[in-house]
Design a protein around this ligand. Structure first.
Ligand code: ADP
Length: 163
């Protein structure tokens, strides 16, 4: 009976995922993960975490408009900012899934601890990991920021344009 009830709830609940990160800036690696996730969910909220400990490179408004522009024709993608714990933001948005991308074992070790902590805090929110396509395994916002600092061309690493 419980199983049938669960199946009913799953069938009739919108599948909302939160894709949290700094996205400073949003790279082709982030886009690959988001594009792979879109068929799995009804809505994916790209959630830009505002963290007072971290120094921004691109202003929040630029990051939001960059991602919104890339997905202007896809109504499944929403872009928001948040300042709370990720799971609190998920509850507020009635999202049952957290989306994260994995590039390597370092990402995996780090992500595993966060996912286990989140599960303990909120057992009903599931973390879903997608593995990056091999051609994007070396792409990170940190490296893109470094390229910008030295005036190098970043167009191969950024979808669309960011001012
Ligand atoms: P954070 O600020 O939490 O480190 P990021 O903004 O760097 O987050 O990235 C958000 C998510 O995207 C993370 O799950 C990260 O592992 C993933 N990600 C970043 N770059 C890539 C990439 N090249 N391929 C796959 N996943 C990636």
């Amino acid at each position: 009976m419980q199983y049938i009830l669960n199946m009913f709830v799953m069938e009739h609940t919108k599948r909302v995922a939160v894709f949290p990160g700094s996205f400073d800036p949003f790279t082709i690696g982030h886009k690959a993960i988001l594009d792979m996730a879109l068929p799995l969910f009804d809505t994916v909220i790209v959630a830009i975490g505002i963290n007072s400990e971290k120094r921004d490179f691109f202003p929040i408004e630029k990051r939001i408009s960059h991602i919104k522009e890339i997905y202007a024709n896809n109504s499944k993608v929403e872009v928001e900012t948040y300042t709370s714990l990720t799971i609190e933001f998920c509850k507020q948005k009635q999202a049952m899934f957290i989306l994260r991308g994995l590039r390597n074992t370092t990402d995996f070790q780090f992500e595993k601890s966060i996912a286990q902590m989140n599960r303990q805090l909120s057992p009903h929110i599931e973390t879903v990991f997608l593995v990056t396509p091999p051609e994007y395994g070396h792409v990170s916002s940190t490296i893109v920021r470094e390229l910008i600092r030295y005036g190098a061309d970043i167009s191969n690493y950024i979808p669309g344009k960011i001012e």
